[in-house]
Design a protein around this ligand. Structure first.
Ligand code: G3P
Ligand code: MG
Length: 251
């Protein structure tokens, strides 16, 4: 299928520049931009009141001063949380970002995003897509956005909403299994995203020869990762992508 022509960078900052700022926050995206990175990977899911927010875990414990499930919060309760001081005093008072706020920042900074539709256990993939996808498509040009998920239902709903040509969808895998095509073909995927530690060269060849762009997460060791560039990996999603500068293949 025709896809938007997306000039992906080699390096994408995972959850923003999460080695140097609290993950999935506005500060983490500003830090990625300040460090010279043009794309970030972020996770989106819904609060209990249906507001899409940028958050990874099902729980709020690890990345805020609160306790409990994200799905038990409404926006007012989410706003009261401190989502920065767990990472460092410099980030005291950082708030959980709504998708709308994050899209405004990405637009302002002219950054690209790999937005992961994060379907944690028990959550409704369709509701997530229906709330999150329209504002993304409104805010960002197709060439600056790849929407990815481990969840086939979310990907299928996104493709159904977007139609055939203007949305790049990425299929997330841990290991890319023998039957990888059955996740990509029904949603007319643009890209395959895999755990770099579980990558096999023969499977990479299949993916690349089939015309899919291949991205790897979450690589933080450029020396260990190095052989995989030659296999055909296009981009690395890293918590600390600056480590890879000077260790990239020639363009
Ligand atoms: O999108 C790549 C990567 O972020 C997937 O895993 O758990 O970090 O969201 P996770
Ligand atoms: Mg993610």
């Amino acid at each position: 299928m025709p896809h938007p022509d997306i000039p992906l960078p080699r390096l994408i900052a995972h959850r923003g520049l999460s080695a140097h700022a609290p993950e999935n926050t506005l500060s983490a995206v500003r830090a990625a931009h300040a460090a010279g990175f043009t794309w970030v990977e972020l996770d989106v899911q819904l609060l209990g009141d249906g507001t899409p927010v940028i958050w990874h875990d099902a729980n709020i414990r690890r990345c805020s001063d609160g306790r409990g499930r994200l799905s038990d919060l409404d926006l007012a309760a989410a706003r009261r949380l401190d989502a920065g001081s767990w990472f460092g005093d410099a980030f005291l008072g950082e708030r959980m970002a709504t998708l709308g706020e994050m899209l405004a920042l990405l637009d302002e900074l002219e950054m690209g995003v790999n937005l992961e539709l994060k379907v944690n256990r028990g959550r409704d993939p369709r509701a997530l897509v229906e709330a999150a996808l329209p504002p993304v498509r409104e805010a960002l040009p197709p060439a600056r956005c790849v929407v990815s998920s481990f969840n086939d239902t979310a990907l299928a709903r996104a493709r159904a909403l977007a139609g055939p040509e203007t949305l790049a969808l990425g299929v997330l895998y841990e290991a890319i299994g023998r039957d990888w095509r059955r996740h990509c073909e029904p949603v007319q995927a643009f890209s395959v995203h895999a755990d770099w530690r579980r990558l096999k060269q023969s499977r990479v060849r299949e993916v690349v020869e089939a015309g899919y762009r291949l991205l790897c997460y979450t690589a933080n060791d450029p020396a260990a990762f190095a052989p995989r560039w030659q296999w055909g990996v296009e981009a690395v999603i890293s918590d600390d992508p600056a480590r890879f500068v000077g260790h990239l293949p020639d363009a």
